[in-house]
Each structure stands twice: as C-alpha cells, then as structure tokens.
Design a binder for this molecule. Structure first.
Ligand code: PAF
Length: 296
C-alpha cells in the first residue's frame, strides 16, 4: 500500500509521513534527545472518530503523537478478510493531519517484516488467546502481539493508546507488555458509538444498508445484559442476547460474560468483582465485535 497514496496538498502540511523505519527512527531520536514524551496510536487505517479519539487522548498527554497505519497480514487468519479490509490512505492522511498528529508511519509489508528481521519473542498468552476471538480466529493474537512489539521497538513511546472496542486485544497487549517488562503505559480509550449505538469500526464501511440497520442490535444486546446483570444468571443473559441478535438477522458467534482480567467466564455474577460482556456477530459478510463493562 505504501507508495500508492497521494500526500494531500496544503493546509495539511504539519504532519510528517514516513514509509521507511530508518527515517522514522532518525526523526524520533531527535525528539527523544530533547526529553519530550511520545504517544503512539497504532492503527490499520480506514480511520474514524474512534481512532481520532485515541489521537486526541495522546495529544492531551504527550508532547508528540505518532500514528501508524499498517494492515498487518500476520493477524489475519482469513486471506479474504485481509483482502477486503478497507483501505482509505488519502482520507486517513487528511484526517490525521487535521487532528494534530505529528508523525505518521505508513510502512509496506517488507518494511515491517524484512527477511533479515530478528526472530520475534515467542509470546504465549494461555487462556487469554484461546477464548472468544482466539477461538474463532486462531493465531490472530500472536499476529497482533508480533506487530505491536515490532512497532513499539521502533517508536519507543512512553504511552500506547488502544480502543476498548477490541477488549480482548487490550488484555493481550497488557499481558505482552508485562511479559516484556516494558515501561510503556497502556491507555485504553472508551469505545466511540454512532448515534444508534453501533460501535465505530473500520469494518462498518463494508455493511450493506440492510445490515447497517440491523447492526445496532449488538449494542441493544449489551444494554440488555447490563440491565439483567447480576440478577439473572450468565447463561440466561447469554441466551437472551443471542436471541436479540438472531431476531435482528445477525449471526452471533459468541456472547460471553467474562472476567475482565482472565477473560474466563464469570461463574457467579453476584460475587464477581469484574465482568465484561463480549460479543462477536456477523452482519451479512461483515464480522463485528463489541463489549460492555458490567462491573469492575
Ligand atoms: O486494533 C488494530 O487496529 C490492530 O489490531 C493493531 C493494534 C493496529 C495491530 O495491528
């Protein structure tokens, strides 16, 4: 992708766009030497308000905000999904320039995965990578950890920003940072929603009008779970949610109430100190995920 986009004309001239890691590294070294703090927002592009809220959070806390746009092939277990992933580089550059982002890294695949790259740390995440998304997308989180670790090595930020919509991803990255004994501070930013409750996602752009109308049933199911929890059992709440999703014409893959740290199913809602409802459902040929913290 890198190289195939046009850099927008002025007035978006304040942001540097890098395609090569060596250039980005050199540029960031100057900042680091001056003692200024660096925030990093990794993305796969097709940017929306959700991504921009991460940028805003970084701008409020850090001296310099670096974004990356890289559709990481190693986290896609389905080649069709990778092919269809929305790509809007010119629009993304314009949005980020206006947002106040200081530097954007838009590498080609060979830049992130050169042949001579040193082998990655072998992460093992146990149950965190086996449940929910991990069960339906084998290898997905190894790919996420691999690319986030590589990008962090390059950018060396003080703070890393991820959206809460990918709840399991945030748990994986937190565990990865722990295993690496990293000092990077993980900031998880609340999910941005459309007026009808649909969580903002790059994948929403691929929804047909019919399924765009049906998709807010995901938020409705989460709100019902919040209303029913902890008085109803997890099994009853899950059954109710699956019914809501199916009635709207969606195909749910899972709806689980899990502990926010272990991601294991909450057994007894009345005793739990952390509970998050997590859901994945197909809206036509688009797979959507969402979640809601119930307690904790
Ligand atoms: O959430 C995403 O967009 C991706 O998983 C991430 C964190 C940029 C890694 O490729």
């Amino acid at each position: 992708m890198a190289g195939s986009f046009k850099t927008p004309a002025a007035p978006f001239s304040a942001m540097y766009v890098f395609q090569h890691s060596a250039h980005l590294r050199r540029y960031l070294a100057l900042y680091r030497a001056s003692g200024r703090t660096l925030g990093f927002v990794p993305t796969m592009g097709a940017l929306h308000e959700g991504h921009l809220s991460l940028v805003r959070r970084s701008l409020a806390q850090d001296d310099l905000t670096v974004c990356s746009i890289f559709v990481n092939p190693t986290q896609f277990n389905d080649s069709e999904d990778l092919k269809k992933y929305p790509r809007t580089p010119e629009k993304d550059i314009a949005l980020l320039s206006k947002s106040g982002c200081t530097a954007l890294f838009m590498p080609a695949v060979a830049e992130v995965y050169p042949d001579e790259a040193p082998p990655d740390t072998e992460f093992s995440f146990g149950a965190l990578e086996q449940v929910m998304e991990g069960a339906f997308r084998p290898g997905h989180f190894r790919g996420v950890a691999q690319v986030v670790a590589r990008l962090l090595t390059l950018v060396q930020p003080q703070r890393l920003y991820l959206g809460q919509k990918d709840f399991q991803q945030t748990a994986i990255v937190a565990e990865m940072l722990r295993q690496l004994q990293s000092d990077v501070e993980l900031n998880i930013v609340p999910t941005m929603r459309e007026p009808d409750g649909l969580a903002m996602s790059s994948r929403n752009a691929r929804l047909s009008p019919e399924f765009r109308k049906a998709a807010p049933a995901i938020y409705k199911a989460l709100l019902e779970a919040r209303r029913l929890y902890p008085h109803s059992s997890a099994a009853d709440i899950n059954a109710q949610a699956l019914q809501t999703l199916t009635a709207a014409g969606l195909r749910p893959e899972y709806f689980d109430i899990v502990d926010g740290h272990t991601l294991l199913p909450v057994q007894n809602g009345r005793k739990a100190t952390s509970a998050v409802a997590c859901v994945a459902a197909w809206a036509g040929n688009v797979r959507l995920i969402d979640n809601m913290v119930l307690i904790g």
